[in-house]
Design a protein around this ligand. Structure first.
Ligand SMILES: [Zn+2]
Length: 581
């Protein structure tokens, strides 16, 4: 009787476990590793995970332009469900994001298996000893529901997938500084509450064929705090590379050839760009990893390889997270210091002519001349080829800025205050109308992008010089002290030479417009009068010599005299943001 009773209890509990586990089999696994779930099914799985174990908590961190909630999962051994309280636990916080490009869903399906294994597999749950994991399964939720089999032309599965950009056709992975999309604003709010110790953004690449199921981007070239960089270069990178190799998922640095598609031209490295997710986190002293699974590998291989990258990262953080947290804390202090501020701050980088030879396991290819286009195209074969290639990974800064004590934002540029609030940058406001001497920039020969970029007219190039002006500041103007943990981010927002700057993104384009013009009946006699001044005469003659449009363009000639007269607009081409040293 007793035996029968025990057996029936066993049977009952096994059935319960099976049905429970069945609910926790991911959509991807049930589809024979061919498909990825839609938004509704994703949310349902998040809720099922949270219901299955107190280790997992589900919530949302914002709402998309089409009204969808932005999903968030937390795995924490003490069942902490409030992101702002996670930091208090002292554990290392790993922040994983998937589907910023919703056509690249590998991270969603890998992350779901990982979170399921937190519930069901002790070998994975053990990593939660020293680490809490926060996971966004779909960041670009609206793009995700622009669902089709034809959204990723170069990519081998899943069967159907979402779209790259959000519902306003903005690429969220170019929006980290200007923070225009509601999704980006919500993300930065979450990031600031969370203050994670390591960030992972999951993508699928395009490009050439090679054996590596995963390539990665990681900041080790000088665009981040030096101690955090050392941890990434000396601790994280060797460990993850060797673990992935042992698991038969060899990895390689993001593949970028010096000449597009020309393998023999060699590989080049770069620094992370602050307008991208892991460039942004680098600017605020959070190390990060870009995972790019290889588009030509089948979906199962890509998701499992992504899973292994997440698992081994967890393992490394579980072992060495304490050390990393210490470096992060020190980095926040250092980037707030006078010592940091007084060093020239690098804004642009380039690789030097130095290279090291590396082994690259690519595929054999032939180059064919197209009878359709007349151009050349590459045809990759099935045979692996071991290349020895020069790797141009000696990156040096080429443009620097002198960081001031304060950036000064006149009251009328009010949108910047909203941006400072989003980025959680500290500032104060002036209490009275005032006028102060500030250093700023004067621009010349400004060129603009011919097509929109992220919906904006970018400033593509300019000549720049420094100048000192008396700046009129209405009461309520903004002073942004550079001595704060986010000093690098502040520099990239305000320094025009940064590719991520508000100026390059076209937010100050009105300063380049000429708003007043002289009539010819005024300028003709004025020009003759002005030419009596030998200095003006010499300047004009130099201009005529250097400008091939003269004398074909009478209006331009007259406008030259306008812009050298007392009537000229003294604010035109002057950067309206001041610097106080
Ligand atoms: Zn991507």
């Amino acid at each position: 009787m007793r035996i029968i009773f025990t057996i029936s209890i066993l049977l009952f509990s096994t059935t319960l476990l099976l049905s429970q586990n069945n609910k926790l089999i991911t959509f991807f696994e049930k589809s024979n590793y061919l498909e990825t779930p839609r938004y509704d099914s994703t949310i349902a799985f998040c809720k099922a995970l949270a219901k299955s174990s107190p280790l997992i908590h589900y919530s949302s961190f914002g709402v998309s332009p089409e009204g969808r909630e932005l999903p968030l999962l937390i795995a924490d051994k003490d069942h902490i469900s409030d992101v702002s309280l996670l930091k208090n636990s002292g554990r290392t916080i790993l922040f994983i994001q998937a589907c910023i490009h919703a056509g690249e869903p590998d991270g969603k399906d890998a992350g779901f298996m990982l979170f399921r294994d937190f519930v069901t597999d002790k070998n994975i749950t053990k990593y939660l000893e020293n680490v809490s994991v926060v996971f966004i399964p779909i960041f670009n939720v609206d793009g995700h529901e622009r669902w089709s089999a034809y959204n990723r032309i170069n990519q081998n599965g899943p069967t159907e997938m979402g779209w790259r950009t959000n519902a306003n056709n903005l690429n969220l992975n170019r929006d980290y500084i200007k923070a225009e999309a509601p999704e980006t604003k919500a993300w930065i709010g979450l990031f600031n509450k969370l203050d994670p110790d390591f960030f992972i953004d999951c993508h699928v690449t395009d490009g050439a064929d090679y054996i590596y199921p995963i390539t990665y981007g990681i900041e080790i070239n000088g665009n981040m705090d030096s101690n955090i960089t050392k941890w990434q270069r000396n601790i994280y990178l060797p460990e993850i590379t060797s673990s992935m190799e042992k698991a038969n998922y060899p990895i390689f640095h993001y593949v970028s050839f010096r000449e597009w598609h020309n393998i023999e031209s060699g590989l080049e490295s770069w620094v992370t760009a602050p307008m991208l997710s892991n460039g942004y986190t680098a600017m605020v002293n959070c190390p990060g990893l870009l995972i790019e699974s290889h588009m030509l590998k089948d979906y199962k291989t890509r998701v499992f390889a992504t899973y292994k990258m997440l698992e081994y990262t967890l393992q490394i953080l579980n072992d060495t997270g304490k050390e990393l947290k210490k470096y992060k804390k020190e980095a926040d202090l250092y980037s707030s210091s006078d010592e940091f501020r007084k060093k020239p701050f690098p804004l642009e980088f380039n690789f030097t002519k130095d290279s090291t030879m590396v082994e690259f396991k690519g595929m054999e290819y032939t180059q064919e001349k197209s009878d359709l286009t007349g151009g050349k195209w590459f045809k990759f074969g099935k045979t692996i080829k071991n290349y020895k290639l020069p790797y141009f990974n000696n990156i040096k800064p080429i443009t620097f800025a002198d960081l001031p004590k304060y950036y000064v934002v006149p009251k009328q540029w009010a949108f910047i205050e909203d941006l400072l609030i989003i980025h959680n940058i500290k500032y104060t406001k002036t209490k009275n109308d005032t006028a102060i001497n500030v250093k700023t920039y004067i621009f010349n020969n400004v060129q603009f992008g011919a097509t929109p970029y992220e919906g904006r007219q970018r400033v593509s190039s300019f000549e720049i010089d420094t100048t000192t002006i008396k700046m009129e500041l209405a009461k309520g103007s903004i002073l942004v002290p550079v001595n704060q943990a986010k000093s690098r981010l502040i520099a990239h927002i305000f320094e025009p030479m940064s590719d991520a700057s508000l100026l390059k993104f076209g937010y100050f384009n009105t300063i380049f417009e000429q708003k007043e013009y002289g009539e010819s009946y005024v300028l003709e006699p004025l020009a003759r009068e002005m030419l009596k001044d030998p200095k003006i005469k010499e300047a004009y003659e130099t201009e005529v010599k250097n400008n091939s449009n003269y004398p074909k363009d009478p209006d331009a000639i007259l406008n030259w005299f306008y812009s050298h007269s007392q009537y000229k607009d003294i604010q035109q081409n002057i950067y309206p943001i001041g610097k106080i040293f």
